[in-house]
Design a binder for this molecule. Structure first.
Ligand code: 5GP
Length: 221
């Protein structure tokens, strides 16, 4: 059995924010990312939106009533919350903080309002905006999903234009023309962010320090 060497550095978990107008293909992209990076956890939001067919409570969302949402909001249990398409959504704070503290990366599928709040409270978070190939394609995807009524689809399309206008507040963008390509770009972002020196909280370089080990300049890690 080959022994896997211990990591050379310890770092905090990274918060990845993925925002996109609905229908941009976020779920497909996330499923692709999960195959490459099964270790990235997905934050489960609370929402007051009715459950869609095929959605599982506790896996896709925690579906809760307005009163419970308001109580959680008042108790400060959300790291961010927002009203999106007429329904309330919130990211529970505890699992998020736990992931960061235990060095586990976590992905937040949240809208542009939520992304702004998270960046304010967690400046080290990495925000990524997923762009659909075109508005025409976005409309086609929303309609073919068949899970929402036509007035809801129209509202989501109108919101999409506004959301795309927020792209300048993000760190990265990914074009979703081809899922494989988009997953590749996303994985590259994940790899680059994980390799940032500024994220290291403890170096474990002893095994590298031989007679000809790395020379350090300034503070020794
Ligand atoms: P859907 O209802 O189609 O699953 O999601 C609608 C929108 O709500 C998407 O843009 C999604 O990213 C956003 N959303 C889902 N969960 C949260 C959350 O916890 N906070 C915020 N701010 N947006 C969320």
């Amino acid at each position: 059995m080959t022994r896997v060497p211990a990591p050379l550095a310890k770092r905090q978990g990274i918060i990845f924010i993925l925002s996109a107008p609905s229908g941009a293909g976020k779920t497909t992209l996330y499923n692709g990312l999960k195959l490459v990076h099964p270790e990235i956890k997905l934050s489960v939001s609370c929402t007051t939106r009715p459950r869609r067919a095929g959605e599982v409570n506790g896996r896709d969302y925690r579906f809760i009533r307005e009163t419970e949402f308001d109580q959680m909001k008042a108790a400060g249990e959300f790291a961010e919350w927002a009203k999106v398409h007429g329904n309330n959504y919130g990211t529970p704070r505890k699992p998020l903080d736990h992931s960061v503290q235990t060095g586990r990366d976590i992905l937040l599928d949240i809208d542009v309002q939520g992304a702004r709040q998270i960046k304010k409270s967690y400046p080290q978070a990495v925000s990524i905006f997923l762009l659909p190939p075109s508005l025409k394609e976005l409309k086609r995807r929303l309609a073919s999903r068949g899970t929402d009524r036509s007035e809801i689809i129209q509202r989501r399309l109108a919101n999409a234009r506004g959301e795309i206008g927020e792209i300048l507040h993000y760190d990265y963008y990914v074009e979703n023309r081809d899922v494989e390509e988009a997953v590749e770009v996303l994985s590259a972002i994940v790899a680059a962010e994980r390799a940032k020196i500024s994220r290291v909280i403890e170096w474990r370089l002893d095994s590298l320090r031989g007679e000809h080990g790395p020379k350090d300049h300034g503070q020794r890690p």
